[in-house]
Design a protein around this ligand. Sequence first.
Ligand SMILES: [Zn+2]
Length: 197
Amino acid sequence: MTSAVLARQTLVLNRSWLAIATTPVRHALSLVYTGAAHAIEPESYQTHDFDSWSRLEVSENEPYVSTVSMLLKAPEVVVLRQYSGVPRQVLPFTRRNLMRRDEQRCQYCGCRPSAAELSIDHVLPRSRGGETSWENCVLACVQCNRRKGSKLLQDCGLRLLREPQAPQWSPIFEVATTHQREAWRRFVSDRHWMRSG
Ligand SMILES: [Zn+2]
């Protein structure tokens, strides 16, 4: 029981109560123990340091952790006391994610054909050493792709709508929809797509 509970996930909020991550209960408890975080009772928003958390009554039908000297409720949510940032995670480069970043739009003329009519264009052509990366790839429609060919931008008269960059995704919002937990609901907003820069 205890080892399964320790591997259970706890939602982590930053100092501004913005959900930023999930972490195993084991780590969440150590954050509370060291004073880096406070545990939260989701129903009342009551926050606890380790001492007051360890004095909460543990019921048999909710997740708890037993140590040598005590039983501890497994926290559903903890709030960090110092950190107020939002860690970001770079998405893997895939056609699907590129479609999403570029909003299914040709990045040269701005048209929005069907997905099948959009191809991945290497801004610096592969034949000239251009990499397949977020920074060097954009969606292009058939016409623009043909016009560009393996030329450099300045040689084909095309211009990018915007500088290609890696999109960034705040991992917690992904968790929110796939592993939504009742106790987390009031701490996590809807899926959120964040752009870099
Ligand atoms: Zn186009």
